[in-house]
Design a protein around this ligand. Structure first.
Ligand code: ZN
Length: 685
């Protein structure tokens, strides 16, 4: 008997139908020489500390770091799980041949390998790698079935991911909870979760500390077109008015009229993160909802495998794509009509064999849905439109620049004219779409100007204010997680992280949800804002690496390298163990150096004592940092000043709140989250 194991019951049903296993038994299908059984996602987890030794149930600093020599597995404590595992195990033990058909990715591999390991079955097995659940795709996958051992490196990466999350999460959580939990609060820290929280907290702080500056700009109106002064903005109204008076009364003369054509190519196909960002931008859908809907559409065979981070197709898919577009005609006839399906223009923006590894971009399968719920309909529509648009010509624009001057003061105006809309025809702008993050240039339609023409004009100034950066929403946070780009200075690391970022496409949505569930961040409308609880957590986590995207991104890259056989799994785990050891050790040895007050947060010079406060010793050179003795209505002691300068954080100087010294040298007070609130948030889980 050939036993096939899938990740979920619904997929088992499809595969059973495909192989002709028509009889339903408890926990599996059988027929035609096959038994098809299923898991319910993860059935097995790593053991908890107390499973190794009951004494470890008590959280104590003495037992940290906890670093099991060899990780052991246990079944999830659930009646249904235990029963299903019993069925799977029996089938595997008696199988002549085993086929793994769990989801084609890191987590799917882990689910199967853990089941195999706990069943103590040591037989060779085969791996079915499905990119889509249609009959065609299944047939192809069965023809290309591989030996299981070819996926050993994927398993190594999956195991490293799981064990390193255990080590970092468990040790950091216990460490900070024991030190700062005051006996009743749980501080949950995760290898991936905490850097994401820090990104949100830092942005909120940046906004809170932002000081808006007024500025003035000079314009002139000539033949009903606004021309803008080509120089910088003015910092004072006087300067702006001075410039205005320079041009008043002088004629305006056109110096140069130039036009150039620009091409805008259709967007690349979707990977999961891009799909989540688009659905959030257009419809305010959460990343978690988008993933869940995409997974359902995949299981209903309407779209290909969604948990992908690839935006390209392989060249052998070309005939299939043409066929898919034919199948889509009843739904999208009008959009497909202009395309020549016998000669589709496959550019290297669509097909790129080198950039496709495990999975290709998300595309429709060609199986047409009937009536879908609204969210599913929107998602399906976005995916099909994106595929069709990929074959449309670029949008061609003509950008006209008119330059002129009045009394030697240069001005310029720009206009844009669409010469050929190309793919943008498929994306008519709707009023309710938000435009954030899109480069929307202020454009005007220009009349014809001629070089040398001149005439009267009407100069004027406008007043504006600098604006703080925007709060994160799911779209922009996913973008920040994907590149971690803005927060990383090392260029080579930035490039390596471009597609790897923090977390994986499959996990990013759940990271956001976890932070919301733990009340570290909250949704307010579309925005994601840090709560006091989250700000407090980021403040107490002293290990900068625990909250930096750099280290997390580096680990993610190494996991990818382990998958490709370019990095050693043991080496990786040793680094993680060392990190945990260091984390605990450094929290232990951090002592205040009583010989100095500390170092200036702005320039790192020594701090000296003055009459009313403690200031930077480089004050003569212009460093303005001072920490006043008086904070609100209390006077900070010398020891408290030292703590603030050396640890950047002071717990409970007066009313239980904490004080944080920011890197800009400002003091910030964060209320201690109340016991009550935290208790209720834990109970809700
Ligand atoms: Zn200084």
């Amino acid at each position: 008997m050939i036993v096939i194991l899938t990740e979920k019951p619904s997929v088992a049903r499809d595969i059973a139908r495909h192989v002709g296993a028509g009889q339903k038994h408890e926990g599996y299908f059988e027929g035609n020489g096959y038994q098809v059984t299923w898991a319910f996602g993860h059935l097995i987890a790593l053991k908890e500390p107390e499973d190794y030794d009951p004494i470890l149930k008590k959280w104590s600093l003495h037992t940290l770091p906890l670093l099991p020599e060899k990780f052991e597995l246990k079944l999830l404590d659930d009646k249904g799980v235990k029963k299903q595992f019993g069925i799977i195990k029996k089938l595997l033990v008696y199988a002549n041949e085993i086929i793994c058909a769990t989801d084609a990715g890191r987590e799917g591999e882990l689910i199967f390998r853990y089941i195999l390991s706990m069943s103590q079955v040591k037989k060779p097995w085969k791996r079915l790698w499905l990119s889509s659940l249609t009959d065609d795709a299944m047939k192809k996958a069965f023809q290309n079935i591989k030996n299981g051992s070819e996926y050993d490196r994927l398993y190594a990466a999956a195991k490293c991911r799981n064990e390193s999350d255990w080590i970092v999460g468990l040790n950091a959580t216990r460490n900070y909870t024991v030190r700062y939990g005051k006996g009743h609060m749980l501080w949950s820290i995760g290898r991936v979760q905490t850097p994401v929280l820090a990104i949100v907290v830092n942005r909120d702080d940046e906004i809170r500390h932002f000081i808006s500056q007024p500025f003035w700009e000079l314009f002139t109106k000539y033949r009903n077109v606004n021309f803008k002064f080509k120089g910088d903005r003015f910092n004072t109204k006087d300067l702006a008015e001075g410039a205005l008076n320079q041009v008043k009364g002088f004629p305006f003369i056109i110096d140069k009229v130039s036009a150039k054509k620009e091409q805008e190519h259709p967007p690349l196909l979707f990977d999961l993160t891009e799909l989540q960002r688009e659905m959030n931008r257009k419809f305010g859908m959460t990343a978690a909802d988008t993933l869940q809907i995409a997974q359902t559409l995949y299981e209903q065979k309407f779209i290909t495998y969604p948990r992908t981070d690839c935006r390209y197709l392989t060249s052998d898919m070309k005939p299939q794509i043409a066929k898919t577009l034919v199948q889509l005609q009843p739904l999208k006839g009008k959009e497909i009509e202009p395309l020549d399906l016998s000669q589709l223009p496959f550019t290297n923006r669509i097909v790129n064999d080198k950039k496709v590894t495990d999975h290709h971009a998300i595309i429709p399968t060609g199986k047409l849905p009937q009536a879908l719920p609204l969210g599913s309909q929107r998602l399906y529509d976005a995916i099909t439109t994106r595929l069709i648009a990929a074959f449309y010509p670029p949008c061609i624009k003509e950008i006209t620049t008119i330059e002129g001057h009045a009394n030697q003061t240069p001005f310029q105006a720009k206009g844009v004219r669409i010469l050929s809309p190309g793919w943008t025809l498929l994306y008519p702008k709707k009023g309710n779409e938000t435009q954030e993050n899109e480069m929307v240039e202020e454009v005007q339609v220009l009349p014809l100007f001629e070089k040398g023409e001149t005439g009267p004009h009407d100069p004027f100034i406008t007043e504006g204010k600098t604006k703080p950066p925007a709060h994160f929403n799911e779209n922009t946070l996913l973008g920040a997680m994907e590149t971690a780009g803005k927060m990383i200075e090392d260029e080579s690391l930035k490039d390596a992280l471009k597609n790897k970022g923090i977390g994986t496409p499959a996990t990013r949505a759940s990271i956001i949800e976890t932070l919301i569930k733990r009340k570290y961040i909250e949704r307010r409308g579309k925005q994601l804002l840090a709560n006091d609880l989250g700000r407090y957590l980021v403040a107490i986590v002293q290990d900068r690496n625990l909250k930096s995207p750099e280290l997390t991104g580096e680990w993610e890259l190494k996991l990818k390298q382990i998958e490709k056989g370019e990095y050693d799994a043991c080496l990786f785990m040793n680094e993680i163990r060392q990190f945990a050891q260091q984390l605990i050790h450094e929290s232990d040895i951090f002592k205040i150096n009583s010989d100095i007050y500390g170092h200036c947060p702005q320039c790192k010079s020594l701090v000296i004592k003055g009459n009313k406060g403690y200031g930077c010793s480089k004050w003569k050179e212009g460093c303005k940092f001072v920490l006043w003795k008086q904070y609100k209505n209390i006077e900070l002691t010398e020891a408290q000043i030292q703590t603030l300068l050396q640890k950047n954080i002071l717990l409970q100087p007066m009313n239980g709140n904490i004080l944080i010294l920011s890197r800009q040298g400002t003091l910030q007070e964060i209320p201690v989250p109340s016991e009550e609130r935290n208790y209720s948030s834990r109970r809700k889980k």
